[in-house]
Design a protein around this ligand. Structure first.
Ligand code: QVN
Ligand code: ZN
Length: 326
C-alpha cells in the first residue's frame, strides 16, 4: 500500500455516501483553537503534549505494565461496536445485544489481538483508567500534560473531569455514530482513527433511538448501508471529518454526533479520552441545537414516566401534533 507522508491513505477509510468538510487542524498555540472551542465547534489540536507520556504505550509496554487485573473488553461479530446501556435492557423487549462484554486480562487480550484473522470476532478494550492499572501506567497517566486540559476546562467553564477511557482497538473497528452528554478531549496515542462529526442540530437527519432504548444516544442509521426509506433525511446530513494520528487531540463538543473508525489495513489503535461535565447552562433565545436536544430528551423521559408503556408515547405525540401543529 502506497503510504502518503501522513501515515495513511484514503483506501483505508470505509465507504460512506456522504461528503464531509474537514475539521480544522491547528497548532495548540493558535488562538483560533480557543475561538472554536468557545463556539462549541470541533478542532484537532496539534503539538500538545496532552498524552505524550503515553506514546510508549505499544503492546509490549502495555503487556508488561498494565497489571494483573481484568479489563473490560467488548467482542463483536462485525466491525461495529454499537454501545448499549445494559440498564435499559428490559426482558421481553426483544433487544439483542450487538456486542458481548468480557472481563479479560491484558496478556490474553494482546494474544488474541496478535492472533486475530479477518472474519473472526473482533475485540475492543474500553477500560476506565483507574488504580487497577499497574504503577507504570499510573505514572504515565500522572505525566499527562494536565496543564493543557485543565487550562481548557477552566477557560471554557467545563465541569469536572469525570473519566478517562483507555481504548485499544483492532484495525477496522468502528464505534457507530452517537453523541455523549459530556465535553471530550480525545487524545490519539497509537495508530490512526477517522472521526466523522455532525452538529447537534442535525438530530433530525441522524434518527437517534428513543431515550428509553438501550441504544439511547446512538443513531439508528447503519452508515455502511443506510436505509433511505426509513431514514430519508440522512441524505441531507452535513458532516465534518478528520483522521487523527499519534499525538493529536480532537475536541468533540458535548452533544456532537461522532462516528469513530480505526483505519482498515492499519495498526491496532490506542486512544485516551478526557470526558468533562458540561458547563453552566446559559439560556438565551433562540435555544442552541444541543439545548433543543436536551429539551426533547426531557420530554421523552417525562412521557415515559407518566405513560409507563413506551408504546403509548408515539400515540400521544401524534395525537398532540398531527392536524394541530402540522
Ligand atoms: O470518546 C468517545 O466519546 C468515543 O466515542 C470514542 C469511541 C469509543 C467510545 C465508547 C463509548 C461510546 C459510548 C458510550 C460509552 C463508551 C472510539 O474511539 O471508538
Ligand atoms: Zn463518544
Amino acid at each position: 500500500m502506497a503510504m502518503d507522508n501522513k501515515g495513511w491513505n484514503a483506501s483505508q477509510l470505509r465507504n460512506c455516501d456522504l461528503q464531509f468538510d474537514e475539521i480544522p487542524r491547528l497548532h495548540h498555540n493558535d488562538p483560533k483553537v480557543d475561538e472554536l472551542m468557545s463556539e462549541n465547534k470541533p478542532v484537532v489540536v496539534l503539538g500538545s503534549n496532552l498524552a505524550k507520556s503515553a506514546e510508549k504505550w505499544d503492546l509490549d509496554y502495555l503487556e508488561r505494565h498494565m497489571g494483573e487485573s481484568d479489563f473490560t473488553v467488548f467482542q463483536s461479530k462485525s466491525h461495529k461496536f454499537k454501545y448499549y446501556d445494559d440498564k435499559k435492557v428490559t426482558s421481553g423487549d426483544g433487544f439483542v445485544p450487538p456486542t458481548k462484554k468480557l472481563d479479560m486480562k491484558l496478556p490474553e487480550f494482546i494474544k488474541r489481538l496478535r492472533a486475530w484473522k479477518k472474519g473472526e470476532d473482533r475485540l475492543y478494550l474500553q477500560q476506565g483508567l483507574n488504580n487497577t492499572v499497574g504503577p507504570a501506567i499510573v505514572h504515565d497517566f500522572l505525566n499527562f500534560d494536565w496543564n493543557f486540559c485543565t487550562g481548557k476546562q477552566s477557560k471554557h467553564n467545563w465541569g469536572s473531569l469525570t473519566s478517562n477511557l483507555m481504548l485499544i482497538g483492532m484495525e477496522g473497528n468502528v464505534t457507530p455514530c452517537h453523541y455523549d452528554e459530556q465535553e471530550n478531549l480525545f487524545a490519539q496515542v497509537h495508530g490512526f482513527k477517522r472521526c466523522i462529526l455532525f452538529p447537534p442540530d442535525q438530530f433530525e437527519c441522524l434518527y437517534p433511538h428513543p431515550v428509553h432504548h438501550p441504544h439511547d444516544r446512538q443513531s439508528m442509521v447503519d452508515f455502511d448501508r443506510p436505509d433511505y426509506n426509513k431514514f430519508p433525511k440522512f441524505r441531507q446530513a452535513k458532516g465534518f471529518e478528520t483522521v487523527v494520528g499519534p499525538g493529536e487531540v480532537l475536541y468533540i463538543p458535548m452533544y456532537w454526533w461522532h462516528h469513530v473508525e480505526s483505519l482498515m489495513q492499519g495498526s491496532y489503535t490506542v486512544s485516551v479520552n478526557f470526558w468533562y461535565k458540561g458547563g453552566p447552562v446559559s439560556v438565551s433565545y433562540p435555544l442552541k441545537g444541543h439545548q433543543k436536544v436536551a429539551v426533547m430528551r426531557n420530554v421523552e423521559k417525562m412521557l415515559l414516566d407518566v405513560l409507563q408503556d413506551p408504546k403509548e408515547i408515539p400515540v400521544l405525540l401524534r395525537a398532540m401534533v398531527l392536524g394541530r401543529y402540522t
